[in-house]
Design a protein around this ligand. Sequence first.
Ligand code: ACO
Length: 315
Amino acid sequence: MKISGIGSSLPKQVVTNQMLAEILDTSDEWITTRTGIKERRVLSSEYVLDLAVDAAQKALVDANLEAKDLDFVIVANVVNEYVTPALSCIVKEKIGAKCPCIDLNGACVGFIYACDIAEAYYKIGRVKNVLVVCAEAPAHMLDWHDRTCAVLFGAGAGAAVLTPGDNIITTRLTSSDGWDRLYEMHDLQWCPFDKKGSTNLPLVMHGQDVFRFATSTCVNDLNVVLKEANLTADQIDTYFIHQANLRIIKYIEQMLGQPAEKFPTNIEKYGNTSSASLPILLDETKRAGKLHEGDMIAFSAFGAGLVSGAMIMKW
Ligand code: ACO
């Protein structure tokens, strides 16, 4: 397939490091040097659903397609306002699509997982036009008293319309042991026959373990897809790396021996927006006029699971 349209949507509320330093034992200096984040967007009056619908509509306009042309809607999401139905059902109805739809929890790798599923359905002849939406609000999962997690995340949504083409060159999806390095349990309703009691537990993250996993898997995944695509690192024009920590991105630059100009970032403005990070970054890079037809682009992401993925695509 190829990406024919892209769009993104962010909450209005900006939360700066300074604002966090007023409620947590942290500082702009600590957050900036350890993560590269200066501010993030947090939901205030909007819902995750609103961001998802807005990003989806922008991507459809960009693709010059109407919702009725879609054959499948995939929404990557970890947490939103609805336990059921799937967020994709509501998004599909709000934009006026009539096709099947499904949610996918691929953590921060959701965009690559969703594109790969779209491509697989296309290759077996089931679909022509697929809408992928990544909509996330990780800040609503965490304990805002926990400075180690609260400073990292932000909300946002990105969407892409995939249509027939042969631009996706290769994709790699992986999973590794270590689910308990980054997890959160649901707050389930009380049941008189369940003896376990409350399971309400905010996000748990072993930051250094995740950091080590991220750096090693990202470099490995990119090297594998480069080899599969018969390309060298120099032949990639732009690398889109999941925006989790600027230090992770800098490490990957060094390991691949590539210049910083090939690695666009927006982590300084939005923090880690989970699966939405890649399509938001793609959308902003395109709108900045920095993507050209025929460019070779690589994506890489890693997240809770522990899962990771990489993809090479011709723009
Ligand atoms: N402000 C001030 N001090 C802090 C803060 C904070 N916000 N957070 C932690 N500290 C303190 C710690 O308590 C610790 O203090 P101590 O030395 O007195 O014990 C000190 O800073 C160092 O803490 P570390 O955890 O060692 O800091 P580190 O350099 O590892 O940075 C970080 C932490 C930013 C979380 C890093 O480990 C990281 O980025 N890990 C990867 C996280 C990630 O990518 N997660 C998401 C991936 S999956 C997904 O996207 C959903």
